[in-house]
Design a binder for this molecule. Sequence first.
Ligand SMILES: *Cc1c(COP(=O)(O)O)cnc(C)c1O
Length: 379
Amino acid sequence: MKFGTKAIHAGIYPEQVTGAVMTPIFQTSTYAQESPGKHKGYEYARTQNPTRNVLQDNLAALENGNFGFCFASGLAAIDTVIKLLKPNDEVIAANDLYGGTYRIFTKVFEKFGIKFHFVPMNDPKSIEEKINANTKLIWVETPTNPLLNIIDIEEMGKIAKKHKVLFAVDNTFATPYCHTPLDLGADIVMHSVTKYLAGHSDVIMGALIVNSEELADQIRFLQNACGGVPAPQDCFLVLRGIKTLHLRMKAHNENGIAIANFLVNHPKIARVYHPSLPTHPNHDIAKKQMKIFGGMLSFELKEDSVENAFAMMKRLKLFITAESLGGVESLCGHPATMTHASIPKAEREKNGLRDSLVRLSVGVEDVEDLIEDLAQALA
Ligand SMILES: *Cc1c(COP(=O)(O)O)cnc(C)c1O
């Protein structure tokens, strides 16, 4: 089955009692048992919920995985992955991660004795010398946030496999429409479902997808034991959003490319980060690995200051200044003071995140209107 067909049909069947074509919202916390312990496979809604089950099956199919698990947020999903580890275990993570991921790693899990190493991952081979007997997990995001670096998943997967280290990919930016990391050697795919999968900026949710039954058993245990599950209404909204994921991603990509080309030639712009551009340092890997380049892009102003970035953002009329990304509407953000404020300034600058960097989540509006808005704000 191809992607668009899977988005609409995989794991989704008319409901058995009524034939409802759309998956109902099973708004219940508990299920009747015929006699103690004799039930229909559903006991308590933290453990199982039919609306959530359908979404989990659909997400697993989209990522070409065997098992899907949904959580109350992307961070609740990340929390679950790190709980697979124990004190003295070490994690090698990319150095330009989503700020919240950096925060949970360093501010929450370091105090439980897990050690995190943040390293550039442009060259997967350089990771090998960082692996030791305690290394249990490699964690990457690609494209990275907000600098849109591309990490070669297949190369990283080979290294992880050779050293028997778990390999997790945060696939939030790319979505399974763009690439399916389990096919490229990842053990765990993580999503902030909040973003492109839900697609309409109205839900907070996370997900994990795996192939291994052993990993699935551990994640299922943690999902129930720690309890960070999403509500059935939210699962319904995500199921509805995913039905147009392929259509939205194509539109985000077309608009993203058009805006990248507009900005790259603009006299007020110092630098544009979009994997479609031949000047992008990882353009070749992007071409090999990604079906499309997506609608996330960042740019720096020639006059590099927070004030200049703020003034430009204030003049934008269609791009709403807001956290988050991946919705049908265009958003803009200022990583240094918004999404990445939890990363210390020195660390930010070391990773190339400048003060005037503005990040766009390009929506699916008519691109002429978006370009006109950017042109007047930059003028
Ligand atoms: C938003 C985001 C997260 C966190 O997800 P939440 O749903 O906000 O908890 C993790 N990784 C990336 C790349 C994100 O964009």
